[in-house]
Design a protein around this ligand. Structure first.
Ligand SMILES: [Zn+2]
Length: 158
């Protein structure tokens, strides 16, 4: 039996997400992250990756990237959460998704998209609604920069 099923997401309300069909232990391999292996040169020359934060593009090594924006890559449907319960893992040219927490049946499977904090972070609001949501899709190590900003803004508006 598959560990997940695809259904309408609570995070991305316009889209789909992956949901646990049973309790899953930490460290379980959920799904392979597949796509087209392309050279760095192809990435640079493609208008598709003009954005500085292409969600489905993974760096495999110094020569190759993986373009996961293909219909047969079910793992692309995994949404970002500031309290993610899964993470991307890789070896060689292979990528997959592993649980980093025990997950209860019915929970949505989520990853940290790992976006860096920079001037355009506001383009990517986060709707994960977890208790430590930063409000924007920014990798864990950089979220304090946003939280600090939030506090400042709140003080000003009161
Ligand atoms: Zn969030």
């Amino acid at each position: 039996m598959k560990l997940f099923r695809v259904k309408k997401s609570n995070i991305d309300r316009k889209g789909l997400g992956l949901y646990a069909t049973q309790d899953i232990k930490v460290g379980a391999r959920i799904i392979n992250y597949v796509g087209k292996i392309i050279t760095k040169k192809q990435t640079e020359e493609s208008a598709k990756f003009d954005n500085s934060k292409p969600i489905y593009l993974f760096n495999l090594n110094s020569r190759y990237d993986l373009d996961g924006d293909v219909s047969w890559n079910t793992a692309r449907l995994i949404n970002h959460s500031c309290s993610n319960n899964c993470d991307y893992n890789g070896k060689g040219l292979k990528l997959w998704v592993t649980t980093i927490k025990d997950i209860k049946k019915g929970e949505e499977l989520t990853c940290d998209y790992g976006f860096s904090y920079d001037s355009d972070y506001k383009q990517f609001p986060c709707k994960c609604s977890s208790i430590n949501c930063a409000g924007f899709i920014v990798r864990e190590g950089s979220r304090w920069r946003i939280n600090k900003k939030f506090k400042k803004n709140q003080r000003v508006s009161r």
